[in-house]
Ligand binder design. Structure first.
Ligand SMILES: *[C@@H]1O[C@H](CO)[C@@H](O)[C@H](O)[C@H]1NC(C)=O
Length: 237
């Protein structure tokens, strides 16, 4: 019984562990995300091909040269440890070369993350007017707060904020999709905000968490240092 459960959970990790990005059929969607955290771009087509154009180069080519991408069943595209240089357009085309979906994705540099804690009186970055070949407002667009990391006891929760540019007509765009070049400025950064929280326990979710055994490690007595990495960790949850 235990062995069956273990095998069943091993076949699932991809789906619940990675952030799924989707876009309605035949549409173009813009997303700001963070570098270094795996995502899956959904195409949901039995036999489609992916094309990529870097926002710096503007040259569309078949996406098979990147070492950290993998085409999953139903032509969904898995990006492992995506880099800021992979910011650009991802187009999924069917066998008649017509668009199934298209994504414009800004992988904002996690190394630039501006971290603040609300309950320590630290404030996120404010709006700033900048001249980026025309006057624009740079601001942070916040995701919803994520779940509290503990229940019953005091815990913390976080939310992610992405760098966006608002143009004159109230239209906004992720910073590096807007600029299409490598501009550095102290306001051009993604953010993470923390907050204290305390929530009751939800017994159903608490007791139904899948689990994995990735490795077993014997502590070496002559060396106290051990580095534990969490293979399915993600900043998105
Ligand atoms: C910052 O700019 C955004 C976009 O223009 C706007 O929605 C938001 O209300 C502004 N925030 C403040 C504090 O002015």
């Amino acid at each position: 019984m235990l062995a069956t459960l273990w095998l069943a959970s091993l076949s699932l990790p991809m789906l619940w562990a990675q952030k799924l990005i989707n876009c309605p059929y035949k549409n173009v969607c813009h997303y700001a995300l963070l570098s270094g955290n795996d995502v899956i771009l959904q195409c949901n087509h039995p036999k489609a091909l992916w094309y990529f154009s870097s926002s710096m180069e503007d040259k569309l080519s078949l996406l098979n040269s990147m070492s950290n991408v993998k085409i999953l069943p139903r032509s969904n595209l898995q990006l492992t440890n995506p880099q800021p240089s992979q910011t650009g357009l991802y187009r999924c085309l069917d066998d008649h070369k017509t668009r199934v979906v298209e994504y414009e994705i800004d992988f904002q540099d996690i190394a630039l993350l501006h971290v603040t804690h609300k309950d320590l009186g630290q404030t996120p970055m404010g709006n700033e007017t900048m001249d980026l070949g025309g006057e624009v407002v740079v601001f942070t667009r916040w995701d919803p707060w994520q779940d509290c990391n503990r229940c019953e006891k005091p815990g913390e929760r976080k939310r992610l904020g992405y760098c966006y540019v608002e143009e004159q007509l109230g239209k906004s765009m992720p910073c590096w999709l807007y600029m299409r070049e490598k501009v550095t400025h102290k306001r051009l950064r993604p953010e993470l905000q923390l907050q204290a929280c305390q929530v009751p326990c939800d017994t159903i979710t608490e007791t139904n968490q899948p689990y994995f055994v990735f490795d077993t490690h014997q502590l070496d007595k002559t060396n106290d240092h051990v580095w534990l990495s969490c293979p399915l960790a993600s900043i998105y949850r």
